[in-house]
Design a protein around this ligand. Structure first.
Ligand code: PMP
Length: 357
């Protein structure tokens, strides 16, 4: 062993979903949006003056923060933006989870949380979801160093009711509670943003990746009290001042300014989700009631791994997690109606081969 080897920080990284280079594929594996970003985003891209790329972008991301503040009817000092919500969440871990007491997040939730906790040396505990994959709020009524959970949860797709979210926040006034709302725009329930006026320990994180169809632009944001946002900015400026590129600022703001298109595409995805859930259940799948842009599905007659591999051979990509409790489930992103029809026909064919009666 070389002397320097012992000084290397070794981590087990998060494994992102595959991004295969296959033009024919149906890609339902990373919860991307099947529709393009708002038309104004294209116009903003075409209008972008490349000469401006000579200069550093605005470190305060003013253009985007202003647009978000206006849409959310909040102060500009209540919004922090980052390179996707992954960047925002990493900054949140670094800023707010700085206690010797363990932070809490569900055993089945976004698999990046334990990676950040390990990377930043944050102790953590993972209360188990109940047998129906629901968060048990009571598990979060004990001493801890902070709380984070996705709502709706991933990969289960289940929503925790607003009153339960509020109870977790209210019972934990001495720590920061982060509600990761990557998928909230697809839920019927209101965002925890509504609670911001009541609780100074709440931080809500959202993203442009899912409902705004902008995974490729990498934009996420946190919303909280001016005090929390100031702390986040202090850490950001101690790490990388210019996180948001000029195109991200311009295109992000253009997206926020087109509310009608946003509502329309979210509505289309919800409608496709409704009929896909029904059709999957008719094929014998059991699926929790999804509040997200994906469905979590398990079939009694065919192991999920087998279905995952068989679909892949047909160039249909879904997500499979080889993890305790969920290793017999597929996570299927909602695509267009045509994509979902192909998926459903393929599943029907694969299942009838397996069980000819
Ligand atoms: N939170 C959850 C629960 C997610 O599933 C994802 C998507 N992988 C993210 C955050 C991060 O998304 P992004 O960085 O694209 O905003």
């Amino acid at each position: 062993m070389k002397g320097w080897e012992k000084n290397i920080r070794r981590v087990t990284p998060y494994t992102p979903g595959e991004q295969p280079d296959c033009p024919q594929m149906i890609k339902l594996n990373t919860n991307e949006n099947p529709y393009p970003p708002a038309p104004g985003v294209r116009r903003a891209l075409e209008a972008l003056d490349t000469d401006r790329l000579r200069l550093y972008p605005d470190p305060a991301a003013g253009r985007l923060v202003k647009a978000l503040a206006k849409r959310l009817c909040l102060g500009e000092d209540q919004i922090f933006v980052g390179v996707g919500s992954d960047d925002v969440l990493a900054m949140c871990f670094l800023t707010f989870f700085n206690s010797k007491k363990p932070i809490l997040f569900p055993d089945i939730s976004y698999s990046f949380y334990p990676v950040w906790a390990e990377l930043f040396g944050v102790p953590y505990e993972t209360p188990a979801l109940d047998e129906d994959f629901r968060i048990r709020k009571e598990d979060y009524f004990r001493e801890n160093g902070g709380i984070i959970f996705p709502n709706p949860n991933a990969p289960t797709s289940l929503l925790l009711e607003s009153r339960d979210v509020e109870e977790i926040i209210a019972r934990n006034p001495d720590v920061i509670v982060i509600v990761d709302e990557a998928y909230i725009d697809f839920a019927e329930s209101p965002s925890a943003l509504e609670l911001l006026g009541k609780y100074d320990n709440l931080l809500v994180v959202q993203t442009f990746s899912k409902s705004r169809a902008m995974c490729g632009m990498r934009i996420g944001y946190a919303v909280g009290s001016p005090e929390l946002i100031r702390c986040l900015n202090d850490v950001k400026y101690s790490f990388n001042s210019y996180t948001m590129s000029l195109p991200a600022l311009e295109l992000g703001a253009a997206s926020v300014e087109e509310e009608d298109y946003f509502q329309e595409t979210v509505g289309k995805i919800k409608a496709t989700r409704k009929r896909s859930l029904k059709a999957l259940r008719e094929l014998g799948f059991s699926c929790p009631q999804s509040s997200a842009n994906f469905i979590f599905a398990s079939h009694p007659d065919c192991p999920a791994r087998e279905l995952f591999e068989a679909l892949k051979r047909e160039h249909i990509y879904v997500r499979y997690f080889s993890k305790p409790r969920i290793d017999n489930y597929l996570r299927i992103t909602i695509g267009t109606d045509a994509e979902m029809d192909t998926l459903l026909e393929t599943l029907q064919r694969l299942l009838s081969k397996k069980n000819p009666n």
